[in-house]
Write a protein that binds this ligand. Structure first.
Ligand code: QAP
Ligand code: CO
Length: 175
């Protein structure tokens, strides 16, 4: 499967992803492809829409205490649903679809999530810290929401200006 990261301002990122009904080989191939793209791009989380597949699929690979990402810690979530949420926390987020930009975003501190694994079995997880933030960030992608959509009006303006400047620099450095 040939997967590439879709970058802002591509409209594809605004699409609402569809519920997965078939837990077949095609889904497994997508999940495996997403893992390779995420690791090769130094990401800790990725939603299927970021590789142009509008499915309610996301993956998470939170580094351990040594800062290492272990394959056995990989979490694959299909059709996730938040069932409980509490508290507030602020974290400087980034996104593989919005390269080289980071901003503070407010999220719930703790969440409970029901989801399905790659075989369609129902799973439940209670998360806080970075995992909780990452799940909320990736679940936003399923609704077509980017972390920059959560910025205040003035911070969003600042982002658009900086991002356009960076894109121009990228283009001119390719010539
Ligand atoms: C979402 O984000 C996230 O700009 C995953 O140049 C963000 O993996 C979860 C990345 C914050 C929790 C907290 C971004 C890599 C990776 C970049 C990512 C970049 C290279 C972002
Ligand atoms: Co993202």
């Amino acid at each position: 499967m040939n997967l590439n990261i879709v970058e802002y301002p591509d409209k594809k990122l605004k699409e609402k992803s569809l519920k997965v009904e078939l837990f077949n080989e095609e889904l497994h191939t997508l999940l495996d492809g997403m893992y390779n793209v995420m690791i090769n791009s130094n990401g800790i989380g990725l939603a299927a829409i970021q590789v142009a597949h509008a499915k309610r699929v996301l993956i998470l690979s939170i580094p351990d205490e040594e800062g290492e990402q272990n394959r056995e810690d990989l979490i694959e979530m299909i059709n996730p649903l938040i069932t409980k949420k509490s508290g507030e926390s602020v974290y400087q987020e980034g996104c593989l679809s919005v390269p080289s930009f980071y901003e503070d975003i407010v999220r719930y501190e703790s969440i409970s999530v029901n989801y399905q694994d790659r075989d369609g079995n129902t799973q439940k997880i209670e998360a806080d810290g970075l995992l909780s933030i990452a799940i909320q960030h990736e679940m936003d992608h399923l609704e077509g929401i980017l972390f920059i959509d959560r910025l205040s009006y003035s911070r969003r303006k600042k982002f658009e200006k900086e991002y356009k400047r960076m894109q121009k620099e990228k283009k001119s450095s390719k010539i």
